[in-house]
Design a protein around this ligand. Structure first.
Ligand SMILES: [Zn+2]
Length: 261
C-alpha cells in the first residue's frame, strides 16, 4: 500500500534534485545532459572489454577473430575454479578513479554507471544465473568502510535482472591483508580458505548456478577462493562479473609498480 507513495516521493525528490543540482559527469563534474553519466571525454577514456576475449577468464584477446569462444593460454595452463569471468572494462584511468572513490571514499555516484556497464558485460551470465552473491568483506573492514560495495552492486543487479541476491551467503572468515603490492602466489595464499558458506548460505546456494559479483578482478585469486567455497557448499557452478579487470596486456593501465588500488 505504501509502495506507490514511497515511489512517488522518491521520484519527486529525484525531480527536485534535478532542478536544484545540474547533471554533471560522475568523474570530472563537467555539465552533462543527464544524471549519473560520464561526459564524452571520460566515456572515451574507458577501455571496454568486447569480443574477442577468453571465455573462461574474460581477458581481451586482441588479434583473435571474434567468432569465439576462445580460450587463453593462461586459462589453459592454469584453469580457474569458476566457469566464466566477465568484466565491463580494463582497469585504469577513469574507471580506476571511480572504483577507488566508490570503494574507499563511500561515494556512490558511480553506482548507476557501474550497474549499466556490468549489466551489459554480464548479459549472458545474468541470463544463466540462479543467484547473485557479492564478494564479502570481513566484518572489521565492513565497520571501517560502512558499506560492502560489492553488495551494493549485487543488489542493483538483482533489482535490474530479477535474479535473487543473497548478500549473506558467503562470508569472509579470515581477515586477509590488502592485496596491494602482493604478487600472484602471495595473493592466492592470502585469500585461500578466507571464505566459507554458513548453514543458511548452504541452503541458498545448493544446486544453484551462482553469479559472484566484485568491483575489480585482479589475478582471480579472490574469485577462485570464493568459487571454491561456493562449490564446496553445493553450488552447481560459479561465474564472476566485475566492473573492471586488471589486464597486464594493457600497458599504461596500471599504477607505478603494477599495484592495484
Ligand atoms: Zn567527465
Amino acid at each position: 500500500m505504501f509502495q506507490p507513495v514511497a515511489r512517488f516521493a522518491a521520484e519527486s525528490l529525484r525531480y527536485s534534485t534535478d532542478l536544484i543540482l545540474p547533471a554533471v559527469c560522475v568523474s570530472c563534474a563537467t555539465p552533462v545532459t543527464r544524471h549519473n553519466l560520464l561526459c564524452a571525454k571520460c566515456w572515451g577514456d574507458l577501455v571496454p572489454i568486447t569480443a574477442p576475449y577468453c571465455d573462461r577468464l574474460g581477458i581481451p584477446l586482441p588479434g583473435y577473430d571474434d567468432s569465439g569462444p576462445h580460450l587463453s593460454a593462461q586459462a589453459f595452463t592454469d584453469p580457474p575454479v569458476f566457469d566464466r569471468a566477465r568484466a565491463a572494462c580494463v582497469y585504469g584511468g577513469v574507471i580506476r578513479k571511480l572504483i577507488v572513490r566508490f570503494k574507499f571514499e563511500d561515494r556512490h555516484e558511480p553506482l548507476p554507471l557501474f550497474l549499466r556497464l556490468t549489466r551489459e558485460a554480464g548479459r549472458d551470465l545474468l541470463a544463466d544465473a540462479d543467484l547473485i552473491v557479492p564478494v564479502p568483506l570481513h566484518r572489521f573492514r565492513l565497520l571501517q568502510r560502512r558499506f560492502n560495495q560489492s553488495a551494493l552492486l549485487a543488489k542493483g543487479l538483482s533489482r535490474a535482472s530479477g535474479v535473487p541476491a543473497s548478500v549473506m551467503a558467503l562470508k569472509r572468515t579470515k581477515r586477509t591483508k590488502a592485496q596491494v603490492g602482493l604478487q600472484h602466489d602471495a595473493r592466492r595464499t592470502n585469500v585461500a580458505e578466507a571464505f566459507n558458506v554458513g548453514a543458511s548460505g548452504r541452503r541458498a546456494v545448493a544446486g544453484k548456478r551462482v553469479l559472484l559479483v566484485d568491483d575489480v578482478i585482479t589475478t582471480g585469486a579472490t574469485a577462485n577462493a570464493c568459487s571454491t567455497a561456493l562449490l564446496a557448499a553445493g553450488a552447481r557452478a560459479v561465474d564472476i562479473l566485475a566492473v573492471a579487470l586488471v589486464w597486464h596486456g594493457a600497458t599504461n593501465f596500471l599504477d607505478e609498480g603494477g599495484d592495484v588500488l
